[in-house]
Design a protein around this ligand. Structure first.
Ligand code: ATP
Ligand code: MG
Length: 500
C-alpha cells in the first residue's frame, strides 16, 4: 500500500520582481515517480528548493507524512529524509567519490583513526547494489558529468532517503546512460522511495514517471497520471504552442566548397587520429557515449588542451592552436557544455555577461576601455529578446536566473559575432522545448556565413538538425553518416563499435 509522503498546499514564493510560485498544490506518495515539467523559469527548481530548506514560501503549507513541517534550513530537509541533486551537482571538486559520499556522515573509525578502508568498502557496497561503476579515487572534478550524478545518487542512498529529487539528471547523459540511470531509479522506487524528476527531455518522462505536474509561470496548469497525457498536449500546456516544425529545414550539402575547418589525424590524450572536414553552410554533429572524447577533441582544437600529433587547417591554412584567444582571433567560437564553470561570470549581470565576447566591437578605444553603453544595452536587449531570456532586468546577476535562462545567456553572447566556425557543446542542455526551437533556428542562421559543429548527446537533436554526423567511441571516429543514413539505429550501432 502506498501512503502519502508529501502534501504542499497553496504555495506562494516571491523573489524581488518575480513571483516564482503562486497557488501551487503538489502531492506525492511513497514509491511514486513524479515528473515536474515546465518552461525555463516556470518555477520547478524553486519548488524543489522549498523542500530543501533553501527558500521558504511566503504562503502555504507543507505536510510530510501527515504532519505539518516548517523546512527552514537544509538540516530539517535532511532530517525528513529528503535527498536532492540540484541542477548544478554540488560536490567538493578536490575530494574523490568516497570522500564526497561520506561528507556529513560520521566517519567509521578503527583504533581511534578514520578507517579509509571501511569508508571505501561501504561506498563500494552501495555502488554494487545499484550496479554503478566509476573511478572512486579520482577527484570528482575530473569525473564526467554522468559520473558526478552517480556520486550524488550514492550519497542520497547513504542517507537512506525517503524522497529523492533529481533536477535534470540526464541533460548531459547519452541514451544508454539514461537507460542505465532509469534502471537504477526503478530499483530505488521499488524500495518505496518517492522520486521527483525534472527534465526537459520529454520522451523520458513517459518512460520513467507515474504522474506528472506541469508548471507555467509559477502556476500549476496540469496534474495527472502519465497515461492520461500525450507529448503533444504536454507541449501545448507547457508553452501554449504546438511542436510542429521543431527543426529548421536542412541546407543541401555543398561538397565542392573548401572546408573552413579540417583536421588530419589529430591526437591528444583522450582522442586518436581524428580526421574530419567542416564546410560553410553545414551543421556537423558529433555523437558518442560519455568518455568518447568529443569535448576533449573540441577543447584541443580551441587551444584549451595540448595536441600530441596531427594537423589543423582553417580555410586550408595550417595552424597550431596556441590559446583560446588565438583561436578566437582566427574566427573560432566554442560554446562550452559546463555553463557555470566555463560559460558565465556568476556575479556579473546579464548585460555584462552578454558583452564579454563582444567587447572589441563595443569599445571606443583600443585597448579595451570606454564601453559604448548605448550599444552595449542595445546588443543585450536584442539577444535577450531573440532568445526570450526570462530575467526581471538586464541588471540581474546571472546567478539568480533559472538554469535554462543561464544557458541562453551563454549561447546568446556568441551569436552576434562574425565567426567562421562555431562549436556548440550540448547547446540545448537544460533548455525548454520552445527555446530549443529558437536556438535551432539561430544555429541554422549561422550556417549562412559559417560552419557549425554540434556536439550533442540528444539523439532527436542530432538527427533533426545535422547534415552529417561523426560518431566517436573511445577517442576514435567509428563512422560518419550523411543524409538519410542519419538514423537512430545507425548512430547507436556506430557508437558501440569496438575500437582496437
Ligand atoms: N534566488 C533567486 N533570486 C531571484 N530570482 C530568482 C531566484 N531563484 C529563481 N528566481 C526566479 O524565479 C523564477 C523561477 O525560477 P526557477 O529556477 O524555479 O525555474 P525553473 O523552472 O527551474 O527553470 P529551468 O528549467 O530554466 O531550470 C525565474 O524567473 C527565476 O529568475
Ligand atoms: Mg531549474
Amino acid at each position: 500500500m502506498s501512503k502519502k509522503l508529501l502534501q504542499l498546499t497553496n504555495i506562494r514564493k516571491e523573489f524581488p520582481g518575480v513571483t516564482a510560485l503562486e497557488q501551487v498544490d503538489f502531492s506525492l506518495q511513497s514509491g511514486e515517480v513524479k515528473a515536474l515539467v515546465g518552461e525555463n523559469g516556470a518555477g520547478k527548481s524553486t519548488l524543489i528548493k522549498l523542500l530543501a530548506g533553501i527558500h521558504q514560501p511566503e504562503e502555504g503549507r507543507i505536510e510530510v507524512a501527515g504532519e505539518e513541517q516548517k523546512i527552514d534550513n537544509p538540516a530539517v530537509a535532511k532530517e525528513l529524509g529528503f535527498a536532492f541533486i540540484h541542477q548544478d551537482v554540488n560536490l567538493v571538486p578536490h575530494f574523490n567519490a568516497i570522500e564526497n559520499i561520506w561528507l556529513g556522515f560520521d566517519y567509521p573509525k578503527s583504533k581511534g583513526r578514520f578507517s579509509r578502508s571501511e569508508m571505501a568498502a561501504k561506498v563500494k557496497e552501495l555502488a554494487g547494489e545499484l550496479n554503478f561503476t566509476l573511478d572512486f579515487n579520482k577527484p570528482v572534478a575530473r569525473l564526467s558529468t554522468a559520473n558526478k550524478w552517480l556520486v550524488a545518487i550514492l550519497k542520497a542512498f547513504m542517507m537512506e532517503a525517503r524522497l529523492l529529487v533529481l533536477d535534470e539528471p540526464t541533460a548531459a547523459l547519452t541514451d544508454s546512460e539514461v537507460q542505465e540511470l532509469f534502471t537504477n531509479l526503478r530499483k530505488i522506487k521499488e524500495k518505496g522511495i518517492a522520486i521527483i524528476y525534472i527534465s526537459h527531455r520529454l520522451e523520458e518522462i513517459f518512460q520513467i514517471a507515474d504522474t506528472i505536474t506541469i508548471l507555467k509561470n509559477g502556476k500549476k496548469v496540469h496534474d495527472s497520471q502519465v497515461e492520461d497525457i500525450d507529448k503533444d498536449r504536454l507541449i501545448k500546456l507547457m508553452t501554449g504552442k504546438s511542436d510542429d516544425n521543431r527543426f529548421p529545414a536542412k541546407n543541401p550539402l555543398e561538397e565542392k566548397s573548401p572546408p573552413v575547418l579540417r583536421t588530419e589525424k589529430l591526437s591528444g590524450s583522450k582522442f586518436k587520429e581524428i580526421s574530419f572536414q567542416l564546410r560553410q553552410g553545414e551543421i556537423l554533429g558529433f555523437y558518442g557515449l560519455i568518455g568518447s572524447g568529443r569535448s576533449e577533441l573540441m577543447e584541443a582544437i580551441f587551444g584549451l588542451r595540448p595536441l600530441e600529433a596531427g594537423e589543423i587547417y582553417i580555410e586550408e591554412e595550417k595552424i597550431i592552436p596556441r590559446s583560446p584567444a588565438d583561436m578566437i582571433s582566427r574566427g573560432l567560437a566554442l560554446i562550452p557544455e559546463d555553463r557555470r564553470q566555463q560559460g558565465l561570470i556568476m556575479n556579473m549581470n546579464v548585460k555584462q555577461n552578454l558583452s564579454l565576447p563582444n567587447l572589441a566591437d563595443l569599445s571606443l578605444l583600443k585597448p579595451l576601455n570606454h564601453i559604448k553603453t548605448k550599444a552595449e544595452k542595445e546588443l543585450a536587449e536584442k539577444i535577450v529578446a531573440n532568445l526570450a531570456v526570462k530575467t526581471p532586468s538586464l541588471r540581474q546577476n546571472v546567478k539568480f536566473l533559472s538554469g535554462g535562462n543561464q544557458q541562453k545567456v551563454v549561447i546568446g553572447k556568441w551569436l552576434e559575432q562574425e565567426n567562421q566556425v562555431y562549436i556548440f557543446d550540448e547547446p540545448t542542455e537544460g533548455i525548454d522545448v520552445g527555446a530549443r526551437r529558437e536556438i535551432y533556428a539561430l544555429i541554422k542562421e549561422l550556417t549562412a556565413r559559417a560552419g557549425v559543429i554540434v556536439v550533442s548527446s540528444d539523439l532527436p537533436e542530432v538527427i533533426g538538425l545535422c547534415n552529417r554526423v561523426v560518431v566517436m567511441n573511445q577517442g576514435r571516429i567509428t563512422g560518419e553518416l550523411t543524409g538519410n543514413d542519419i538514423t537512430e539505429e545507425n548512430i547507436l550501432q556506430l557508437s558501440y563499435e569496438e575500437v582496437e
